[in-house]
Design a binder for this molecule. Structure first.
Ligand SMILES: [Cu+2]
Length: 544
């Protein structure tokens, strides 16, 4: 057994049944996402080694940026964060446009790893190598810190947006080992928060809905670029990277063999081949599925604090911050809608008349080093059935809620109703006029036999949106001689997960390269997460 191998326990989440959750009701532990990070404008970082974990039980020797002491603060305020001395990805640096940012980097890597550095592409960086009394050694791309040494980078972001940062020293090895992270620049002018929050809805409506259900605001800003068309309700950061464990094993072997060597002395260096390249781990925010769906800052991943677990309500606009941090392109596909690209590498794409000009993307393919900002939303428009399970014959008052279309056809007149943002054309339209077991016909959908819907602890079994929606939708039962007032319901419920808790729609967000939704050749795994749509009464809590 190799030194990098340890076994970790397998948890219940392994039973996720992907086929069933592609569109269905689903319950998870509360593991939400947001875009957490540390606040500046002064950051003390270090490059250090540690072991990260993968869901196949492996611990992988890696290098990462971490905090050198307690950071100045954490954001968003609604999440209580931590910052380890080594992280993969490195700490997300949250700064504001126009603010001078200072990043001090200490090289705490093993001596044999040699010097290290950070590149901040897209910024005009002043380094301590250029000071009157230079600190650090000028390398090929930027100022480098020798082992135990410290360098400083200073820059002032001139525009908002998401960008990558990563090692500028021996990048084929150091970036592969994990030395990368993200920097989020918030706009200096955030645009009026209240009206900005309701791009698809009447002014203030989403704020009313949040207040009604006691939902917290987990945004870092109100708009991504200080432009009224870049407002959003939620935000998520996804960093895509891959890892070849053979490189990490070779690095560990050489670091171990040369422990105690004097930095810079003859032989105190690594000679780790980075080709041929055979990655086995395909990660989102340093975690592989299903680990990426556990909480931010979950204690079992001390060096992988960030998750990938987007949640949203119908009609809400989610800002996606996407970065390619590895060597390969990854075709990241967001099911349920396209993504309107706002910006690439922090450059807002506008037409000459000031309107958004970015493309509408089916797949937001990550490119090494490139960052994208985009907007995504789900409304349920065009499903052709009432996804809230409205049924005028039901005894439940929530089953008889009205749907009043606005100019766009959505029910936005009553922000505090559970069917806020319902697509009214499908209101009261039964999913299946006569459910299976009675007369298997009628309605836009024929449901499968409820008896086969018993697989998977994650499958709630309800095709409807919202806790208790299946009960609302109870239809009259029919037989050859007519219909009675009560009858069978669509398939609903498992022992593990009652849809009376969370009943949402789950959409797979994943790499469209099927090789990349494996973990060390085992499917499912890798670059895969589930995006959850919840109705309004389910409070999305991203604090855990
Ligand atoms: Cu897909």
């Amino acid at each position: 057994m190799h030194a990098t191998t340890t076994i970790k326990s397998i948890s219940m989440k392994r039973v996720l049944s992907l086929g069933l959750v592609a569109l269905g009701a689903l319950v998870t532990a509360s593991a939400q996402a947001a875009a957490p990070g540390i606040t500046g404008p002064t950051f003390n970082l270090q490059a250090k080694d540690a072991y990260i974990t993968q869901p196949d039980g492996q611990s992988v020797y890696s290098w990462g940026y971490g905090c050198n002491g307690t950071p100045g603060g954490f954001a968003p305020a609604a999440i209580s964060g931590t910052c380890n001395e080594m992280q993969l990805p490195g700490p997300t640096l949250i700064v504001t446009e126009g603010q001078t940012v200072t990043v001090t980097l200490t090289n705490s890597l093993p001596a044999a790893a040699g010097p290290t550095s950070i590149l901040f592409p897209g910024f005009n960086v002043t380094t301590s190598c250029g000071a009157a009394t230079p600190v650090g050694v000028q390398g090929l791309l930027t100022c480098e810190a020798a082992q135990g040494g410290t360098v400083t980078y200073t820059f002032t972001p001139g525009s908002p947006g998401t960008r990558a940062y990563y090692s500028g020293t021996q990048g084929d090895l150091q970036v592969e080992m994990g030395l990368f992270g993200a920097i989020i620049v918030l706009p200096a002018n955030q645009v009026d928060g209240k009206s900005c929050k309701d791009t698809l809805a009447p002014a203030g409506a989403n704020a009313q809905a949040m207040a009604k259900w006691g939902e917290k605001d987990f945004r870092l800003s109100t708009s991504a670029f200080g432009h009224a068309s870049t407002c959003y309700d939620r935000e998520y950061l996804f960093q895509f990277s891959e890892m070849d464990p053979a490189i990490h094993i070779a690095a560990l072997e050489q670091v171990t063999a040369k422990a105690g060597c004097v930095a810079g002395a003859m032989g105190c260096s690594l000679d780790v081949p980075t080709e041929p390249y055979h990655p086995a781990y395909f990660m989102i925010n340093g975690r592989s599925m299903p680990d990426d769906m556990d909480a931010n800052y979950a204690p079992m991943y001390p060096h992988q604090p960030y998750n990938g677990n987007p949640h949203m309500h119908p009609g809400e606009i989610s800002l996606l911050r996407i970065i390619g941090q590895g060597r390969w392109q990854h075709p990241f596909h967001e099911h349920a809608n396209h993504v309107r690209i706002l910006a690439r590498d922090g450059n807002l794409l506008l037409s000459p008349n000031g309107n958004l000009a970015g493309p509408l993307m089916f797949t937001t393919t990550t490119t090494p080093g490139m960052a994208m900002d985009g907007l995504f939303y789900f409304t349920g428009k065009g499903l052709n059935w009432d996804m809230y399970g409205h049924n005028p014959a039901s005894a439940d008052a929530n089953a008889k809620l009205p749907c009043t279309p606005d100019a766009n056809g959505y029910n936005t007149i009553a922000p505090t109703a559970i069917n806020y943002f319902e697509w009214c054309q499908d209101h009261n339209k039964p999913m299946q006029a006569a459910p299976f077991g009675d007369v298997p016909a009628g309605g836009p959908v024929t449901l499968p036999d409820p008896n086969i819907f018993k697989n998977g602890a994650w499958y709630g079994g309800s095709p409807y949106l919202g806790p208790n929606a299946t009960a609302r939708a109870t239809f009259g039962s029919c037989s050859g001689s007519g219909c009675s007032a009560t009858g069978t319901t669509p398939p609903s419920g498992t022992i593990a997960n009652s849809p009376s808790l969370e009943a949402g729609y789950a959409f797979m967000w994943h790499s469209h390269n099927e090789r990349e939704i494996t973990t060390n050749n085992i499917f499912p795994g890798g670059m895969l997460m589930m995006m959850l749509v919840d109705s309004r009464e389910f409070v999305i809590d991203e604090s855990q």
